[in-house]
Design a protein around this ligand. Structure first.
Ligand code: PLP
Length: 373
């Protein structure tokens, strides 16, 4: 069926040059039995959290003829309290700012600090939306390749930063799609050199990692913004709630770039109630970490290479052809992600039952030499 994603723009319209060679972003949508391709949390929202949300929403709907709280006071207060619980860093609600997913946070940061011709720099492979949003806003995007083990090559990074003085630098930790983390010490190495840049530390998968959050550094560095999301650890991908943590005078720039009333009343209620129940939801995170370890071990026993990961996904291979391996899995009703890293595929950790089914079917494909290592 024709839709906005598969239809060419009317060539008579003056489409921005930035989009002349663009494709809409999105993983392939196939209706398969095991959906292990978009790094979602596989567990549904606990019934008691759902009931509390409905109760609070029904009260808030009495005032839905009014615009939402532009300053999101209740949601930001709940975020600051949660961040204190998990990091032990005293964060004031004024140092937190929420939006419709961390993609919108990144968009607001990029808009706020943009001038024509400026560079946004990322360490690749990484989350492809960083480049897409940067170019849509008008930056020149510069990719600095990661090393063979997917870590950042700091010697190279620091010399490129000194030479090109990028306006924006992205560090994703744990990194998507590789699952590898960057330590706080290494983040500080960049901050000490990149004093003219805004450093976005994207911690979308922070809750799955054992590395401390870069939130510990915000007091020291006005040019650091930590971007996080409720999409993954809170099983809230459909709720669209992401947030930035930074000094108040830094976040004030996002206040200039945001659309008026961008975060709806219902999003603010959902965030507040879920954050109030964070311990319950974090139980799911522990289950996912346990499943990740189990799945990695099983794949190693099948003779596959697995890249260590601090997230709810990991890379596995090495296949003679990742496209062929991807298709063979699709034929078994399993959807994983081909992230264009030769020989490897990325799998999102699902439920225990999904992990068992995945291993069983993959074993069949390897034994029958349908997938070749
Ligand atoms: C590294 C990274 N950052 C940000 C996002 C965007 O998350 P959301 O907009 O759902 O908060 C994702 C989503 O997959 C991601 O992988």
């Amino acid at each position: 069926m024709s839709n906005i994603e598969n239809t060419k723009v009317n060539p008579k319209l003056p489409l921005s040059k930035r989009f002349k060679n663009s494709q809409p972003y999105g993983a392939p949508v196939l209706d398969l039995e095991l959906k292990l391709n978009t790094n979602e949390n596989p567990y549904p929202l606990p019934a008691e959290v759902k009931a509390e949300i409905l109760e609070e929403l029904s009260q808030k709907l009495d005032a839905v003829n009014r615009y939402p709280d532009r300053l999101q006071v209740e949601a930001r207060t709940a975020l600051a309290k949660y961040l204190y619980e998990i990091t032990n860093v005293a964060i004031s609600p004024t140092q937190v700012w929420a939006a419709n997913g961390s993609n919108e946070i990144i968009n607001q940061i990029l808009l706020a600090f943009h001038d024509p011709g400026e560079i946004a720099l990322g360490f690749e492979p990484s989350y492809s939306m960083h480049k897409i949003i940067s170019e849509a806003v008008g930056y020149r995007y510069q990719a600095v390749p990661r090393g063979d083990d997917f870590s950042i090559d700091f010697e190279k990074a620091l010399s490129v930063i000194k030479r090109d003085n990028p306006r924006i630098i992205f560090i994703t930790t744990p990194n998507n799609p590789t699952g590898t983390s960057t330590s706080l010490g290494d983040i500080e190495k960049i901050l000490q050199v990149a004093t003219q840049s805004v450093l976005i530390v994207d911690e979308a998968y922070g809750e799955f990692s054992t590395e401390p959050s870069a939130i510990c550094l915000i007091e020291k560095y006005p040019n650091l913004i930590v971007s996080r999301t409720m999409s993954k650890a809170f099983a809230f991908a459909g709720a669209r709630i992401g947030y930035a943590v930074a000094q108040l005078e830094t976040l004030a720039a996002l206040g200039l770039a945001r659309l008026p009333y961008h975060l709806s009343t219902q999003s603010q209620v959902l965030a507040k109630v879920a954050l109030g129940n964070y311990q319950l939801l974090q139980g799911q995170v522990q289950k996912i970490i346990k499943s990740r370890k189990f799945l990695m071990q099983q794949l190693r026993e099948l003779g596959l290479t697995v890249i260590e990961s601090d997230a709810n996904f990991f890379l596995f291979g090495e296949f003679t052809s990742s496209q062929h391996a991807w298709q063979a899995l699709v034929d078994e009703s399993i959807l994983v992600r081909d992230v264009a890293i030769a020989g490897f595929l990325r799998i999102t950790v699902g439920t225990e039952q999904e992990s068992h089914l995945f291993i069983e079917r993959l074993k069949g494909l390897l034994n029958n030499k349908i997938i070749l290592k």
